[in-house]
Design a protein around this ligand. Structure first.
Ligand code: TYM
Length: 378
């Protein structure tokens, strides 16, 4: 029996039962058929689909059918810039890049500096704007096509987003916002309005297409939102209102959470020991991985005899989620770990080497991304 868990856009904790979450949120499980179709359209496999790290969706069949009718489609995802980016944030972005390569379509990327200012007492507007610029480097280091990517920093791009945010806000009552997000009498009024700002980019591709067509425009640009499932409550609201506004409901594809290094819960920016940041040095990476929670036994002799438990081992989970994309190698390593042939020290060193190499490359690309920021920030 899984322990209690919480998943909201602002809190993820406990042992998450993803099947229950699908039922509670009312989303659909991602099927083998979806995986096969996306991989066929993309022309290559994706380990995050094959390993069911992406596990849930809304209206994906509709989106893929529209794409196959040669419709123009768009992707939308984002980041709440409250600090440095960690490996968990990168996961949906790498998947989004896979989809952008597959669909050759625009990506609308929202930096919600307003959200982080409103929801975090410790951050000023200057801080969240600075983090928006820093985090944009990580976004572009993922390799999105600069010609097809727009980053909206809310406080800078608000003129584009505000008319749509207003339309949304007029159709969401306080009682709905309270039911979906749990606001209290003490919540500030900016928090209550915020979900309309996160809705706006999901409607923008169709709104822009209509603007180009003039008064008679009724264009539809299907939008797919790849994100971890914590963001779904926002898009439940968006989808309800989209219909009332004559826009298509955005589709969603949801990932599970990249685990915490500390053992339970997700990798979280508010718990520095649980997370590896993209800007961490080799020394810091090795130190953090060295302290990671594993599925090992108290003594070497016991681990050799009884084996480790990869299911609860954050090191094994990191290999599964991202750092060992080769299925055969992963299977062999997990088997050997389970049988006590591989001990924690060796497993940690193997993962640390992979993360160090990956981040050395990412940090290089992050520096090169400085050249394209002007072009992609709206
Ligand atoms: P934020 O900054 O909390 O998270 C950015 C993206 O990373 C996902 N995420 C994770 N994925 C896997 N494992 C984890 N441990 C993990 N932690 C976070 C989030 O689901 C998200 O996709 N309000 C949003 C910003 C936003 C947005 C969007 C996100 C604006 N528009 C559209 C997704 C789609 C936020 O604060 O995300």
């Amino acid at each position: 029996m899984a322990k209690d868990f919480v998943v909201t856009p602002w809190e993820v904790s406990g042992d998450i039962d993803y099947e229950k979450l699908i039922r509670d949120f009312g989303t659909q499980p991602l099927s083998q058929k979806h995986t096969e179709l996306i991989e066929k359209l993309a022309g290559r496999k994706n380990h995050m689909l094959d390993r069911k790290i992406f596990f849930s969706h809304r209206d994906l069949d509709w989106f893929l059918a529209e794409y196959q009718k040669h419709k123009q489609v768009a992707l939308y995802t984002g980041r709440g810039p409250s600090g440095p980016v960690h490996l968990g944030h990168l996961m949906p972005w790498f998947f989004t890049k896979y989809l952008q390569d597959a669909f050759k379509c625009p990506l609308y990327f929202q930096m919600t500096d307003d959200e982080k200012f409103l929801f975090k007492d410790s951050l000023s507007q200057k801080d969240t704007l600075n983090w928006s610029m820093e985090n944009s480097l990580d976004v572009m280091a993922v390799g999105f096509d600069p010609a097809r990517t727009k980053i909206f920093i809310d406080t800078k791009s608000i003129a584009k987003l505000y008319p749509l945010a207003l339309e949304v806000s007029k159709r969401v009552t306080y009682s709905t916002a309270k039911a979906v997000f749990g606001y209290k009498d003490s919540s500030n009024i900016g928090e209550i309005f915020f979900t309309s700002v996160q809705s706006a980019p999901a409607l923008l591709p169709s709104a822009e297409a209509r603007q180009k067509k003039g008064a008679k425009g009724d264009e539809i640009v299907p939008v797919l939102i790849p994100c971890a499932i914590d963001q779904d409550p926002h898009f439940r609201v968006t989808r309800d209102v989209a219909q009332k506004l004559g826009f298509p409901k955005p589709a969603e594809i949801h990932s599970t959470f990249f685990p915490s290094l500390a053992g339970s819960g997700k990798m979280s920016a508010s718990d520095p020991l649980s997370a590896i940041y993209t800007t961490d040095s080799e020394e810091v990476i090795r130190k953090k991985v060295g302290r990671a929670f594993t599925g090992g036994r108290p003594t070497v002799a016991e681990q050799r005899k009884l084996g480790g438990n990869p299911e609860i081992c954050s090191v094994c989970q990191y290999l599964k989620f991202f750092f060992e994309p080769d299925d055969r190698k992963l299977e062999e390593r997990l088997r050997a770990y389970k049988n006590g042939e591989i001990l924690d020290g060796e497993n940690k060193a193997y993962l640390a080497d992979k993360i160090v190499d990956f981040l050395a490359e990412h940090q290089k690309r992050r520096e090169q991304a400085r050249k394209v920021l002007d072009k992609v920030i709206d």
